[in-house]
Design a protein around this ligand. Structure first.
Ligand code: F6R
Length: 265
């Protein structure tokens, strides 16, 4: 079926009826990028996200793997973020999320699946964050980055800030405090507000924006306001997703109709 693509602030925007169609469309784009990177370079390097948004996307990848149309051989993955501190065995950790939703169900090699380490002693966090960036660089940078968007417009855990746009565009992988809206939204996944871990390690804005292609997946009416502001509002560090406009030519947004609800038709 033909799905129309709109251009908004230089970025491609695809709107499909519901979350299943969005997950399938996003999975199709992901597989295309992965296959062309493997053809070009012999391998693909992809950035992944967690949270409620990509669950259907991962289910679609798992289904394609089960029917043998998709393999993760010669693929390296780098996750956007991880709570800090957290054990990989804690079911709130994003490493355990990835294990549950993707890695235990596909043929990825364990030493090709990277998540920032929530067990690093705090004195070594900066060195670990720099090392994570070096791993990405050593893999010749990300071919693809999957993003969700927070209700407050965060990408990864780059939260709204009063930094200038130039400063925000230079942010690298680091330890951050989560914004109150992010903590409130994490309560469901973490089993209650009291169980939300208030800090996290996150890929920086600069790291994310240096990916060769970026796919933002947003589902549900609770994302509509942030989506419309990121696509059509000013570029500002107070809404980190708007920073994507600065690399517009490589960004595609895939939205279900409720998430596109605040965009002009
Ligand atoms: C997750 C991440 C976050 C989420 C965002 C949306 O790895 O980096 O930016 O993508 O908080 O979360 P959900 O999908 O739960 O609405």
């Amino acid at each position: 079926m033909y799905t129309p693509v709109r251009i908004v602030s230089g970025m491609k925007v695809v709107v499909v009826p519901d979350s299943d169609a969005a997950s399938q469309f996003a999975a199709g784009l992901f597989v295309d990028v992965m296959n062309s990177a493997r053809q070009r370079a012999g391998r693909a390097v992809v950035g992944l996200a967690t949270g409620s948004t990509p669950r259907g996307f991962y289910a679609e990848l798992v289904a394609r793997h089960a029917e043998r149309s998709l393999s993760f051989r010669n693929v390296s993955t780098f996750n956007l973020d991880e709570y800090y501190p957290v054990s990989p065995f804690d079911d709130r950790s994003y490493r355990s999320y990835m294990q549950r939703h993707l890695w235990s169900k596909v043929d990825i090699e364990p030493n090709h699946a990277h998540v920032l380490d929530g067990t690093v002693p705090e004195a070594f966090v900066a060195a670990h964050a720099a090392e994570f960036e070096r791993w990405i660089e050593a893999d010749d940078e990300l071919d693809f980055q999957l993003l969700g968007v927070g209700r407050n417009g965060h990408i990864g855990f780059n939260e709204p800030t009063t930094l200038s746009v130039d400063e925000a565009l230079r942010l690298r992988t680091r330890l951050v405090d989560l914004h109150p809206v992010t903590r409130a939204d994490a309560a469901r996944e973490c089993g209650g507000f009291d169980r939300v871990i208030p800090r996290a390690l996150t890929m920086g804005v600069a790291t994310i924006l240096s990916a060769r292609s970026i796919l933002v997946l947003a589902l549900g009416s609770h994302k509509a306001e942030a989506v419309a502001a990121a696509l059509t509002g000013p570029i500002t560090a107070e809404l980190p997703a708007s920073l994507l406009q600065s690399v517009a030519e490589k960004v595609t947004w895939v939205l279900d109709e409720p998430a596109a609800g605040a965009l002009a038709r």
